[in-house]
Design a protein around this ligand. Sequence first.
Ligand code: P6P
Length: 345
Amino acid sequence: MSGGSYTLAGPARPGTSLAYHILERQRAIPGASGDFTELFQQITLATKTIHSLVRRAGLVNVIGSTGLTNVQGEIVQKLDEFANQTIIKSVEAGGHVCVMASEENDELIPVPPESHGGKYVLLFDPLDGSGNIDVNASIGTIFAIYRRRSPVGGPGTLDDVLQPGRDMVAAGYVVYGSSMMLVYTAGRGVHGFTYDPTVGEYFLSHENIRIPDRGDTYSINEGNYHRWPEGLRRWVDWIKTPEAGSGRPYSARYIGAMVADLHRTLLRGGIFVYPGDVKRPEGKLRLLYEANPLAFIVEAAGGAASDGRGAVLDVVPTSLHQRTPLFVGSRLDVADCVAFLRGER
Ligand code: P6P
């Protein structure tokens, strides 16, 4: 079965902007201060700025031939850092975040003292899959929001950041693809918004996304096949073996940017896998700002996310940039894969 379920916001219904959608959520929560709404607006503003840079990155190969390579080349070579700084600057002065962590920063990112009253924590991968930029393939931004654990008024701490994914307040990603889409959940459904560049705003396009219990695509870098555990090799061999009525073989899809592969999996079902292997037993993906936020979204849409041992969201983090194997997507597809991995099939 392919095709997830969501309600396309029809033309009859005036576009619900992302800002209004978040505000509606705030109004439904008694006593909500509006801090989350403001923080979310700061994040979405940053994604619009990143989008404008990413689009220019595509132009660099053309502009580069006119001798403008230095300036434009600067954007491309450091696009990850530009995206990183854009998010940091858009959020740090907003006063709602007490500490941040980013894939681009080895250490915690402190905020100015005037933001020590912030009650949230922001973790993010500013530009996931940036290796795809120079071939104009999809890339993305991933973020996770937690409530701080440390007392309000002081700087945020490592303990504020090392929280299990299960404690997340909200998670989201932006995929910079044929169009720019932001998908988020704050615990009340998963919703997708498509950016309208003529207006400069995101509008609700995929309301209440639900991932099918089973899909028909699998997404894994088969170039690593001979480094995988034996059970995983058997699973891939099995999913490619035709069997009448089983839905197998599945189709292989792999974009090389997790946000894009995850987005397809969320909307159509199937499974995305980045496993541990003999070279990297804990895999490549980072737990805090790649696996956890995307796992939070997929679980909220009715799917599953495992590290091969248990639910990724239940892992208690021990370090900022720790990695994790990830098996994420339709719950029946994830169950099949993990059963093979464990030698139960
Ligand atoms: P490989 C991008 O670098 C990334 O972190 C994910 O977005 C992506 O899914 C994965 O690595 C691709 O890694 O080893 O298959 O090239």
